[in-house]
Design a protein around this ligand. Structure first.
Ligand SMILES: Nc1ncnc2c1ncn2[C@@H]1O[C@H](COP(=O)(O)OP(=O)(O)OP(=O)(O)O)[C@@H](O)[C@H]1O
Ligand SMILES: [Mg+2]
Length: 270
């Protein structure tokens, strides 16, 4: 059964999509069967993955969730899953997902709809990565109800760091009351400009404010214009320019993530 990892932060533009697409790519490259759920109406993960015109898609994550709400059968996965060049199975999204919050407002057990969908594909994968939208609300509660763990990308700047406290409150509530298996893999510092005073100060602030509450990945992703340039070619930085420092850092981050998982597995069997 798949491990479900959500890439989440209600702050926009912190590197969620860059992290989700690159993580899915690297897991797949290492031979893990991986799916990527684009759970943002902006459809950025779908676009990076090579979907040409997201608003012409017949079936998106929004359609699938809506069918479950209306008790209609789901189409077979092979009819809507988009196979990326690097063998990641993408469940795409488009602007229809912006209506989800409103469409769920009168639905019974509305926090569990995404779990019901993920349960239908879970046996086919080792990892399911969810790229989240940049706001809290019923869709994000759905994500926290269905995920096993969270990765929280955070830019090394003051406002990003301040938003973390709010996210942790939601996490603690859901973890304590509903989804007891939910864990935080760690905060991932992105768009880091090493050797700047700002970066050093914000890093210190994150360490002092959060290190006793949540793990922080040792690896930081440096800022590189090539990450944004890769998007023009519908690629992650690791495909576009594997020798770029941001690509190398993403490889190290995934190794760190997987080593942490191995330690946890070893801990369980000891
Ligand atoms: N390490 C990096 N260095 C430079 N630019 C980056 C880096 N990571 C991401 N970017 C760029 O910063 C912008 C925001 O990144 P991204 O889309 O991954 O953030 P996001 O958190 O998913 O945003 P949103 O909240 O809007 O979904 C994009 O243009 C992306 O290409
Ligand atoms: Mg995004």
């Amino acid at each position: 059964m798949a491990k479900i990892i959500a890439i989440i932060n209600e702050k926009g533009g912190v590197g969620k999509t860059a992290t989700a697409t690159t993580l899915a790519y690297l897991l797949s490259k290492k031979g893990h069967r991986t799916a990527l759920i684009d759970f943002d109406g902006q459809g950025h993960s779908s676009i990076i993955s090579g979907v040409k015109n997201t608003n012409k898609l017949e079936v998106t994550i929004n359609t699938l969730v809506r069918r479950l709400v209306e008790d209609e059968p789901l189409p077979p996965p092979e009819s809507y899953i988009f196979k990326t060049k690097c063998e990641v199975d993408l469940i795409p999204s488009n602007t229809q997902l912006f209506t989800l919050e409103r469409n769920l407002c009168n639905v019974d057990f509305r926090e569990h709809i995404l779990t019901r969908y993920v349960d239908t594909i879970k046996d086919s994968y080792e990892y399911i990565i969810i790229d989240c939208m940049p706001q809290m609300g019923t869709p994000m509660i759905n994500v926290m109800m269905c995920a096993d763990s969270l990765i929280i990308p955070t830019q090394a700047e003051l406002l990003s760091a301040q938003g973390l406290a709010e996210l942790l409150k939601h996490y603690q509530l859901i973890q304590k009351n509903s989804n007891h298996r939910l864990r935080i893999e760690g905060i991932l510092i992105t768009m880091d400009s090493a050797n700047t005073i700002l970066s050093a100060q914000v890093n210190d602030m994150i360490q002092q404010g959060f290190a006793d509450k949540v793990p922080i990945f040792n690896t930081r992703i440096p800022r590189s214009i090539k990450v944004a340039e890769a998007v023009l070619y519908h690629q992650t930085i690791c495909e576009f320019m594997p020798e770029n420092p941001a690509a190398i850092a993403y490889e190290k981050f995934v190794d760190e993530l997987l080593a942490g998982e191995k330690n946890k597995t070893a801990g369980r069997s000891a």
